[in-house]
Design a protein around this ligand. Structure first.
Ligand code: NDP
Length: 459
């Protein structure tokens, strides 16, 4: 890391979670010279960056008059936290020992001691449990329209979204870009989304709302073909759709706490209203993990700020704060990844030895001519998990010193290739050697999985 890092032994504050609450807490704690350690989470409880990584334009976060893409907003927050000296660990926390102090946090790789902890683990997307859900998961059923909407199977097809909140409305509108029609299936007789979002749904002729309706079953053979619905009067209907998207709310990620903190009947961490202190001194909560009511990016960020200030106060009251000193009062400017615009490789820019290129031209050339393994990531424009995975893959490739080559394919631009490759969601990663598909991964995975698979192909 460019900015200063000291070995603190026992940490001042460990922040668990990398949504708006976690990164805001990190920015405040870092600027208080506490050098926080933030554990981003990796696969459990959703992807690093939290729920905004699976949304398109956030139009109500102050400071962005024209809206900002959720993944871009999270990249900016992360850069700001790192710029001020936050240390990041990309891993999942599996447990935490809250009884003794300092607290002990266990990740997939290590144990970390810390004098205070801020829990900002957010909430994960719910599933419904309808008949055949597992069978058609990723074969028509998805919990993320923004990630998967651009896949070839959904183009010009009828699609359905379940839910009546902002996510459902946003996803229904988004999917009309790809599908011929979107059925919005709402279990009650009203939408609970914001008025602006409801206006967009009502103004879109491709969306049909089915009120007081629930989905009971998914039907198809290789791919989803129909859904069965039932309304309040027990009328059943079969609707022809190739895609079914869940947007039915979230459950707080508190399982790893093992009931050591007080939580309410729905699993949210209990705090006094408007305060970040939990039932254990020195442990604070911020964001959706402790908020069943407001659940906004900006409220999560605000509560992250409160948690960091409370932790700072608590550490100094107990004489536990180890304040670092900065050689330079002004840290180096951040290198926000949103500034990196990477263009498709063409005939002129193609480089046979390059470690990372983009687009179908590079893929065709390397697929036919390279003797090295080729790692292809199929991404889509606003896919948050792709933002998470791309730097991981680039790191794996650079660690393997040019023995493998990486290519990014935007499935929105290169639809034909995506179809030929059988892509039905992003990110999908395929590993080729000698024109043969050796491995395929869907979603975000640990770096080590890719590395081991590539190494097994390198002689
Ligand atoms: P919400 O909890 O707001 O809405 C969930 C929806 O799913 C509700 O309509 C609910 O129905 C429905 N639902 C829940 N369980 C079931 C079920 N078993 N069967 C059928 N329907 C079900 O979640 P969201 O993810 O939409 O939003 C979460 C938060 O994020 C909100 O605060 C929202 O404002 C915010 N957000 C903001 C966005 C933006 O600004 N761009 C985009 C997306 C979200 P019912 O109403 O009957 O309870």
């Amino acid at each position: 890391m460019d900015n200063l890092v000291e070995n603190l032994g026992t940490e001042n504050v460990v922040i668990i979670g990398s949504g708006p609450a976690g990164y805001t807490a990190a920015i405040y704690a870092a600027r208080a010279n506490l050098q926080p350690l933030l554990i981003t989470g990796f696969t459990s409880g959703g992807i690093p960056g939290g729920q905004l990584m699976t949304t398109t334009f956030v139009e109500n976060f102050p400071g962005f008059p024209d809206g900002v893409l959720g993944p871009d907003l999270m990249d900016l927050m992360k850069s700001q936290a790192v710029r001020w000296g936050t240390k990041l660990i990309e891993s999942d926390v599996t447990s935490i020992k809250c009884i003794d102090k300092p607290f002990e946090i266990t990740t997939l790789e290590e144990k970390i001691k810390s004098n205070s902890v801020i829990i900002a683990t957010g909430a994960s997307a719910n599933r419904l449990g309808i008949i055949n859900e597992e069978l058609f998961w990723s074969k028509g059923i998805s919990a993320c329209a923004i990630c998967d909407g651009a896949t070839p199977q959904f183009r010009e097809a009828d699609l359905a979204v379940i839910g009546g909140g902002d996510s459902a409305c946003e996803e229904a509108v988004y999917l009309t870009k790809y599908g011929s029609k979107v059925h919005l299936i709402v279990r009650s007789n009203k939408l609970r989304a914001s008025a602006a979002m409801i206006d967009r749904v009502n103004a879109n002729p491709k969306i049909q709302i089915h009120w007081n309706t629930s989905v009971t079953e998914a039907i198809g053979s290789e791919w989803l073909e129909n859904i069965k619905t039932i309304d309040l009067d027990s009328n059943q209907e079969v609707i022809k759709v190739k895609g079914l998207f869940y947007a039915i709310g979230h459950t707080p990620n508190t399982g790893f706490l093992n009931n050591q903190l007080e939580i309410d009947s729905r699993g949210y961490i209990k705090c006094e209203s408007g305060r970040p202190e939990t039932s254990i001194e020195g442990i604070f909560a911020a964001g959706d993990v402790a908020d069943a009511e407001w659940r906004q990016g900006v409220t999560a960020a605000g509560s992250g700020c409160m948690a960091a200030l409370a932790a700072e106060r608590w550490l100094s009251e107990k004489n536990l704060a180890k304040i670092i000193t900065r050689e330079q009062p002004e840290p180096k400017k951040s290198e926000s990844s949103t500034n990196n615009v990477d263009e498709d490789t063409n005939e002129e820019t193609f480089d046979f030895n390059s470690e990372w290129q983009k687009g179908s031209y590079a893929l065709r050339k390397l697929y036919h001519e390279s003797a090295k393994p080729i790692l292809v990531i199929f991404s889509s424009p606003s896919c948050g998990p792709c933002h998470v995975l791309k730097p991981q893959l680039k790191r794996v490739i650079s660690e393997l010193n040019g023995q493998v080559q990486g290519i990014e394919i935007d499935i929105d631009k290169d639809q034909e290739i995506a179809k030929q490759a059988g892509i039905n969601g992003t990110p999908t990663v395929q590993l080729f050697k000698d024109k043969l598909l050796k491995r395929q991964w869907k979603g975000v995975k640990q770096r080590s999985e890719f590395k081991e698979a590539i190494k097994s192909l390198i002689k």
